[in-house]
Ligand binder design. Structure first.
Ligand code: SAH
Ligand code: SF4
Length: 382
């Protein structure tokens, strides 16, 4: 079995080169070919001696994920479905904006946390993605977009770990992938442009602070433990006070940064003025210990099995007003890619029912999804 070089950060690649009896600097060359130029074949690597290219081809490969389909939204958002084997499908979403291009990446097939408002949570957990599977989403999307848009410069400027899965429950595979994103020989993204979003795995927040303090987003969704435990079951293990203390410690590792709190607005559940006032009080207590935060209110993206309803916009704005009047920077997230189910919590929402997916794919092949451009690809084409 050959080694997939997409599984390595630069350190791992250097160790691999040493095993082959090569100098460590070869790792930098390989890294740049793969991540900066999108090479998938050693023959392309013209500055490596032919003998080395042949040796590499015998022991290594550069294999990305199998693309199942691509969905192009009218607002420019692109969603890919990737087949990760055994009937599991993961999703990656590209969101273009005037000043940036953001890629939303999955970290697991399914998720074990089981939040009530999240369609991935309702699917249950299938497995952790490998480092190669995590970084392949960026490798593929960046080089696909360059080709597609005919541009020979960086397209993806920001990465958010907000696709399927809880990234901090897949820490050992996540960490090397983050390192590739930040590495100057990889994607060269600054740590402020890479965001890990978590439902609150406290010990891993501390590890991330030590190992790789990128931007942190925490899915809060409720101002007190009773409600949060109902929405985010992990709260029973790591309650709000412990979570916010971990956030405060995180900030001391990444001074000058905010922690972003995500708050999914659920009609009649967590969106009342009283909840906003409780949040203000909570944040004031922790601000005194050095926590500085930003709130991102996310209109809930409904799916039938949740039994939950999206808050009305006036309710969201009234909630935001209470936070802002207390001096908390608050944004309301625009939903993007609604027409292709690419919004938060809708990722691979139809995968639970394999028959449903197959029917849907058949409909897509026949071009039956009105108004939405869908491209279904063969297993091996990219
Ligand atoms: N597991 C991580 C990251 C993936 S979820 C986490 O929970 O943070 C990314 C974001 O989407 C989280 O803030 C999550 O709360 C939000 N989300 C999940 N389902 C949603 C839905 N149906 N509507 C709106 N936001 C949702
Ligand atoms: Fe998992 Fe995040 Fe969905 Fe909760 S919101 S179930 S942690 S992916």
């Amino acid at each position: 079995m050959t080694t997939n070089l997409l599984d390595f950060d630069l350190e791992g690649m250097a160790a691999f080169c040493e095993q082959l009896g090569q100098k460590r600097f070869r790792a930098t060359q390989l890294f740049r070919w793969i991540h900066q130029k999108g090479a998938s074949d050693f023959e392309q690597m013209t500055d490596l001696a032919k003998a080395l290219r042949e040796k590499l081809a015998l022991s290594a490969r550069i294999t990305g994920l199998k693309v199942v389909s691509r969905h192009d939204s009218t607002d420019g958002t692109i969603k890919w479905l990737f087949d990760v084997g055994a009937g599991d499908v993961i999703e990656t979403v590209f969101i273009p904006e005037s000043d940036r291009g953001t890629l939303c990446i999955s970290s697991q097939a399914g998720c074990a946390v089981g939040c009530r408002f999240c369609s991935t949570g309702h699917q249950g957990f299938s497995r952790n993605l490998t480092t190669g599977e995590i970084i392949s989403q960026l490798w593929f999307a960046e080089h696909f977009l360059r080709k597609h848009l005919g541009r020979d410069e960086r397209i993806i400027s920001n990465v958010v770990m907000m696709g399927m899965g809880e990234p901090l429950q897949n820490y050992s595979q996540l960490l090397p992938a983050l390192k590739v994103m930040l590495d100057d020989h990889g994607y060269g993204l600054s740590r402020r442009r890479v965001t890990v979003s978590t439902s609150g795995v406290v010990p891993m927040i501390d590890r991330l602070a030590r190992d790789c303090p990128v931007a942190l987003a925490v899915s809060l969704h409720a101002p007190h433990d009773a409600l949060r435990s109902d929405l985010v079951p992990l709260n029973k293990k790591y309650p709000i006070a412990e979570l916010l203390e971990a956030c405060t410690r995180y900030q001391s590792a990444a001074p000058r940064d905010f922690i972003t709190f995500e708050y999914c607005m659920l009609d009649g559940v967590n969106d009342q003025p009283e909840h906003a006032r409780q949040l203000v009080a909570l944040m004031k207590t922790h601000a005194a210990n050095g926590l500085s935060c930003k709130f991102n209110l996310i209109p809930f993206n409904p799916f039938p099995a949740s039994g939950l309803v999206r808050s009305q916009m006036p309710q969201v704005m009234a909630f935001a007003r209470i936070l802002m009047d207390a001096g908390i920077v608050t944004t309301v997230r625009k939903t993007r890619g609604d027409d292709i189910d690419a919004a938060c919590g809708q990722l691979a929402g139809d995968v639970q029912d394999r028959t449903g997916v197959d029917q849907r794919m058949a409909a897509q092949r026949q071009g039956m999804l009105g108004g939405i451009k869908v491209v279904v690809l063969n297993k091996d084409s990219a």
